[in-house]
Design a protein around this ligand. Structure first.
Ligand code: NAI
Ligand code: MG
Length: 489
């Protein structure tokens, strides 16, 4: 009789899935993209272009126009004319119809948008397909509904549009951030000049195509591409009434300084370093999944990423063991593959920043643990990483890394964890896992964070406001709060 052997669990082979790449044949990408000004695609004044690449294989996807001051001027002029002559005169219900139309067109082309988002930015197709694109369309749907109901949102306060909004967005949620900015601005009756990030301009330019197709009056939305200099030209333009910025705290501070003393209104959504708190009475398996979702999916390129884990002592060993096991099953690689959990880091510069922090963490004396997965040779990739034995004063605990890197600390009491969680310059978001509702309510009132998720993480909805405290910025986006950022009373 054959001897029976117990099969060995081999993580590497049991988690090998056959590749399941998303098809790219259906997308329509041009070799070169122009600026979208006054309803037309126009060449930049100086004729300069930059390349946007696919960070997963370093191949060039398209050449994109670089706008200078002359181009920004033209865009602001178009936005002002559209505001004065068309958009501010149109009945609000008509404005709403255009916003609905943009939402519907976006849904119709959702697949194309998802693939282009993944190609240009490196995020897994699962994320762009299931989160970024549907949420972006939902923002347009949601705000379309408010266009003719502003008087009900702010009773007895006579809400009025601000005029022309300059909007500057980052590379971590390119289309979604464009939707967060454009949809409420239009619903409130403003016109806009938007600048996407230089590493991820393509979905904003595809959005410009949809906007053209929707018949939105010329100049209501203008999209200018370029890097920091183009952004600064928008910020410093004298005929802009409002600046909305999402990005790094450093640039946020520069913007705040440069508009001080002007009449421009400002909202800033900056960095974060969220505390993710696990109590002993938490449903541990779900919490571990929540931790993974909070920091590793989407490469940690999320301003509200749960990047600081606090585990109550009694369950610390178990949580860390389960987390390490789960890390081994995460698939890092081709963002277009539907099995991929962690895609490409957005740019070479961002990968260098992450590596710099890995080095700092080791030098500070923390213990680094990385999964054993293989990563592609070409492109910018980083293994999911844990730092154990960290302390409050470590730079890896205090500073935003914006990569798949989690620091872990333990705690004993509720008071201790609140103090540790709040002891940071940021205050964008936090997460709590516990079986006790009273603990949740206690923490949500004491954590200095704009959003606190309980027994879940990274959940978004157009109806709920988002924004931070302290160096994470000010102003709220989403929900009714998001309307007031684009209105005067
Ligand atoms: P960044 O803040 O430089 O870029 C964000 C946007 O601002 C881009 O569109 C950029 O072109 C524009 N910009 C740059 N300089 C400007 C200026 N002087 N005036 C006006 N606009 C300007 O962010 P970067 O360098 O890409 O990333 C650096 C760090 O920022 C990341 O490592 C991360 O920690 C943080 N970050 C935070 C984000 C968030 O969602 N809160 C998003 C992206 C980055
Ligand atoms: Mg790119």
């Amino acid at each position: 009789m054959a001897k029976k052997t117990t099969p060995q669990l081999d993580f590497n082979s049991s988690w090998n899935y056959a590749p399941a790449p998303e098809d790219t044949k259906h997308i329509n990408l041009k070799k070169q993209y122009e600026l979208f000004i006054d309803g037309k695609f126009v060449k930049p004044a100086k004729g300069k272009y930059f390349e946007t690449i696919n960070p997963a294989n370093e191949e060039v996807l398209a050449k994109v126009a670089e706008a200078d001051e002359t181009d920004v001027n033209k865009a602001v002029k178009a936005a002002r004319n559209a505001y004065n002559n068309v958009w501010s005169k149109m009945p609000a219900a008509e404005r709403g119809k255009y916003i609905y139309r943009i939402a519907r067109l976006m849904q119709e082309r959702a697949r194309e948008f998802a693939v282009i988002e993944t190609l240009d930015g490196g995020k897994p197709i699962r994320e762009s397909r299931d989160i970024d694109v549907p949420l972006a369309a939902n923002h347009f749907f949601y705000y379309a509904g408010w266009a003719d109901k502003l008087a009900y949102a702010f009773p007895n306060r006579k809400p009025q549009a601000l005029g022309v909004a300059g909007q500057i967005i980052p590379w971590n949620f390119p289309l979604l951030m464009a939707a967060w900015k454009i949809a409420p601005a239009l619903a409130c009756g403003n016109t806009v000049v938007l600048k996407p990030a230089e590493t991820t301009p393509l979905t904003a330019l595809k959005l410009a195509e949809i906007i053209q197709e929707s018949g939105l009056p010329n100049g209501v939305v203008n999209i200018v591409t370029g890097a920091g200099k183009t952004g600064a030209a928008i910020v410093n333009h004298p005929d802009i009434d409002k600046i909305a910025f999402t990005g790094s705290t450093d640039v946020g501070k520069i913007i705040q300084k440069s508009i001080a003393g002007t009449n421009k209104k400002l909202t800033l959504e900056l960095g974060g370093k969220a505390a993710h708190i696990i109590f002993e009475d938490a449903p541990i398996d779900q919490a571990v999944e929540g931790i993974v979702n909070g920091i590793f999916f989407n490469q940690g390129h999320v301003c509200c990423a749960g990047s600081r884990l606090f585990v109550q002592e009694g369950v610390a060993d178990m949580v860390i063991r389960k987390l390490k096991d789960r890390l081994e099953t995460l698939i890092v690689g081709d963002p277009l593959d539907k099995n991929t959990d962690i895609g490409a880091i957005n740019s070479k510069g961002q990968l260098e920043t992450i590596h710099k922090y890995l080095k700092i963490g080791k030098e500070e004396g923390a213990d680094m643990y990385q999964s054993n997965c293989s990563i592609p040779k070409k492109g910018y990739f980083c293994r999911p990483t844990l730092f154990l034995n960290t302390s409050q004063s470590h730079r890896i605990v205090q500073e935003e890394i914006f990569g798949p890197v989690l620091t872990i600390q333990t705690f004993r009491t509720v008071e201790e964890v609140i103090e540790k969680a709040n002891n940071i310059p940021y205050g964008l978001s936090a997460g709590v896992w516990t079986d006790k509702g009273s603990k949740i309510f206690n923490l949500t009132t004491k954590l200095r964070a704009g959003v606190v998720w309980a027994n879940t993480y990274n959940k978004f909805d157009p109806t709920s406001p988002f924004g931070g405290y302290k160096e994470s910025g000010f102003g709220r986006e989403g929900g009714m709060h998001g309307l007031s950022a684009y209105l005067k009373f």
